[in-house]
Design a binder for this molecule. Sequence first.
Ligand code: ASP
Ligand code: MG
Length: 411
Amino acid sequence: MALYVQKYGGTSVGSVERIQQVADKVKSFRDQGHYIVVVVSAMSGETNRLIGMANEMQDKPSPREMDVLVSTGEQVTIALLCMALTARECPARSYTGGQVKIHTDSSHTKARIQNIDVDNMRNDLDKGRVVVVAGFQGVDDNGNITTLGRGGSDTTGVALAAALKADECQIYTDVDGVYTTDPRVVDNAQRLKEITFEEMLEMASLGSKVLQIRAVEFAGKYGVPLRVLHSFKEGPGTLITIESENTMEQPIISGIAFNRDEAKLTITGVPDVPGVASKILCPISDANVEVDMILQNVSAEGLTDFTFTVHRNDYGLALDTLKHVAVNLNATGAIGSDNIAKVSIVGVGMRSHAGVASRMFDSLAKENINIQMISTSEIKVSVVIDEKYLELAVRALHSTFEMDKPQTVEE
Ligand code: ASP
Ligand code: MG
């Protein structure tokens, strides 16, 4: 007998039929004798629909009213799912975030969970009920409804699993696990049996969209075993867990992430004196533009080139800002490109294997792909390349690192 927290996302509860299918599935777990706490999202598209209506009422609706509004999406699904369960003779009880209580701070639309009362849920579980909790929402000290930020139901699931010391937090979604890379780019991308929290965090922040980043951070911090599974297909999914003690079993590279969301800017011929990096980047951050990768060249004759990347949406603003900086600093110019892509290899196995970066560069060189920027961390190497070579690069790396076959032993 295990205690599972199962989170079903928007597409999994996207219609009356789907909610009924979820009810069948939840009931079958309970019939096997497990304790089940279900967390649901709003029906797919519902949160966007609510936000759309809010924007028709007022230019910038107050965050407090936004939370009152968008939290209704999840309230609909908890009630419907409980009705479907009860109709199947599976006793169930719904809870809003405020009813649980999921205490948060008062930062409306991006609240953080502070603590969770488990007594109500435990009581119901002991009575043989399935507990169904609205994702994405909580309550602050003054009883105001709060929400946790888009995609926040993942975080609700993980937080409940941590608070209840669940055996596993299962995230049911429309993919059957985490893949070595995007199967739309590499045909024989493989589902991973396991991936570590750290790797998953890198993959998520580098563009893989399976899980909300905050949920992965939370799970890592509290050591909650997290599993990503398909809502309506059988299969073991992908387990996200702590690093295995036996590094021999670890593949060197677990995944290849990429994104087309960045743009690159260069300020050329800047006098190379102390303080120059901050003089370039402060105006950029003052313009509210976040910088990702940064590179400064060795100076020749006292002048240097300084390159960095930003989100593509901020490209125009960043370039205008940089042109001003160039004039102020007596630099020779400011140029940029938004036809770039970032490709990253991720793996904790890098820690115990030398030469991973050079294998990556060698593989790209063989395809005649020019590397424009490089950045590394202990478990990741990222390169910026011309966007038109992105798919070629991902395929080449996928085969160089022998990711075309299942990587860990089948459980
Ligand atoms: N319904 C919310 C959203 O669409 C929360 C979630 O689905 O996780 O962002
Ligand atoms: Mg979601």
